[in-house]
Unconditional design. Sequence first.
Length: 149
Amino acid sequence: MRAYKVFAIKDGTVIDHIPSGKAFALIELLGLHKSDSIVTMGTHFRSKKIGKKDIVKIEHKELSPEEVNQVSLIAPSASINIIRNFKVAKKFIITIPPVFKDIITCPNPKCITNSESAPSKFYSKMKNGHLALRCHYCEKIYMQEELHR
C-alpha cells in the first residue's frame, strides 16, 4: 500500500467533506479555475463520515460568506477550515442559508429570471437528506443536482 502526502498550506482555506466527484464542480462554481490562488484538489479519499470525499485547498484566500453559501449548493455537509501559519485558526460546518440570492439560475425557461433582469432567489429546505430549492418567482422546486449557475 502506498502512502500519499497531502501537503499543508500556510494560509488559506480547506474545504473538506465534499461529496466524492464534486470537487471539479465546486472549483468551477467558485471561479477558482480563473483565480491566481494555488488550488489543490484531492478526490475519492476515504471518509468515515461520508464514505468517500473530495478535498479542496485554496492558498492565500479565505472564503467570503457569499462563497461559503455557494459551497453549500454543492456540498451542504462540508466543513471549512481557515488556515493561518500552518494551523487551523477556525473550523466550521457549513450551514445552509434560508435564501440563495443571485447565485444560481432557475432551470424553468418560463421563469421571469430567464427573460427579464430579475435577480434569482431560491428558498432552501433539506428534503430526505438532500438540498431542495424553491424559486421565489415561478415557485417550482428543484433538487440541488438540477440547478446550475
